[in-house]
Design a protein around this ligand. Structure first.
Ligand code: IDP
Length: 138
């Protein structure tokens, strides 16, 4: 089942020099392909759309601030069961609970600065790809 998903390497991953490390893990999965990739400091408006489901939560405002604080890498990854696979590769939201071997488990300690975002469903992936790569066709 080939799918597409939207991945962000968050500003902490970029500032810590982990782009190559994380992109390398994605590239090494058999059959997965990166089909779009951009380094960009994300606009607040873009982030507010992306994180709309979290409006009103205590972590929302600091999350937007953090995500706008420096460049991120946005990418589209395509391949076999890539939505579930990228979530596994990332690990759970809390990096201390994330198993070693996952990106968050290997490199993170605090929940906000957890290095990576990956869409959690086909619906989210479609919605999020349009936010970060509006020019991409279906
Ligand atoms: P996910 O990124 O693992 O899918 P979500 O619940 O969608 O997790 O939360 C989005 C992002 O918001 C997280 O990746 C993390 O950066 C941040 N976040 C979530 N919960 C908390 C929290 O309790 N404190 C601080 N930041 C949080």
């Amino acid at each position: 089942m080939s799918q597409r998903t939207l991945v962000l390497l968050k500003p902490d991953a970029v500032s810590r020099g982990l782009i190559g490390e994380i992109v390398g893990r994605v590239e090494r999965k058999a059959g997965w392909r990166i089909t779009a990739l951009e380094l960009r400091t994300l606009e607040r408006a873009t982030l507010e759309t992306h994180y709309a489901e979290h409006v009103g939560r205590p972590f929302y405002e600091p999350l937007i601030e953090f995500m706008a604080s420096g460049p991120s890498v946005a990418m589209v990854v395509e391949g076999e069961r890539v939505i579930e696979g990228l979530r596994t590769l990332a690990g759970p939201t809390d990096p201390i609970a994330a198993a070693p071997g996952s990106v968050r488990g290997d490199f993170g300690t605090v929940v906000r600065e957890n290095l990576i975002h990956a869409s959690d469903s086909e619906e989210s992936a479609e919605r999020e790809m349009k936010i970060f790569f509006p020019h991409l066709s279906n």
